[in-house]
Design a binder for this molecule. Structure first.
Ligand code: TYD
Length: 207
């Protein structure tokens, strides 16, 4: 079996179930003998955790570009200090949210310029790109029910915002069909996982 490292990202609107699926995928790959690490944006470790705290729990006004740059600052640190070294050492990095979140949330959701955000994403990542991205697509109504009443700053942005985020993800998938694969996440966990594994196995067998 190839022990080359991969960078796999998990994306979707709040409440889509991607964190559960990413953990299941990690277990699946571990059982196949891959060396995996699970991580997330914003903020898995060190400085990133401090940025996460600001982004999700700061209760004053946050200017849109300030929000964007905080996500990007976290990403730059995460890619350089964690993702790149892990992939280079042959690990499979399973990452809960990455560049497509910025395009979907700050771009399609908040209405910032998509091309500019793509440029800024490239600057933050030094052009390191995911090898495979899952977008878990779920109706906004189902997603909001799953999120429940205890919402963080981003989750509290309202149903219209989250509808735009969902549409944004579908547009991203249309634009990058080789990298980005959409999974219907309205179904139960087992069905969604079976669909995810089909895509994953297909990806691995083509490496
Ligand atoms: P988190 O608690 O990690 O949410 P989830 O469990 O749904 O992933 O919070 C991350 C929030 O930050 C989520 O609402 C999406 C948002 N976000 C952006 O708006 N832009 C970004 O670039 C990233 C990485 C996340």
């Amino acid at each position: 079996m190839s022990k080359k490292g991969y960078f796999i990202t998990f994306e979707g609107a709040d409440g889509c179930g991607k964190t559960t699926q990413s953990r299941l995928v990690q277990e699946y790959l571990d059982n196949k003998g891959y060396h995996t690490v699970w991580t997330r944006e914003p903020g898995s470790y060190g400085l990133g955790q401090k940025i996460r705290e600001l982004l999700l729990h700061y209760d004053g006004d946050v200017a849109p570009m300030c929000e964007t740059f905080l996500f990007l600052a976290d990403r730059a640190q995460h890619i350089e200090n964690f993702v790149k070294p892990a992939v280079l050492s042959g690990k499979v990095v399973i990452c809960d949210r990455h560049t497509d979140s910025t395009i979907a949330y700050q771009g399609y959701g908040r209405g910032e310029d998509i091309q500019q955000l793509e440029y800024l994403n490239n600057l933050a990542t030094g052009l390191t790109k995911p090898d495979l991205t899952f977008v878990f697509d779920v109706s906004t109504e189902v997603a909001q029910k799953r999120v429940g009443d205890e919402k963080d700053r981003m989750e509290s942005a309202g149903i219209e915002f989250h509808k735009k985020v969902r549409e944004g993800y579908l547009k991203i998938a249309q634009k990058f069909p080789n990298r980005v694969k959409v999974v219907d996440a309205n179904n139960d966990i087992e069905t969604v996982f079976a669909d995810t594994v089909k895509i994953l196995d297909d990806f691995l067998s083509n490496q």
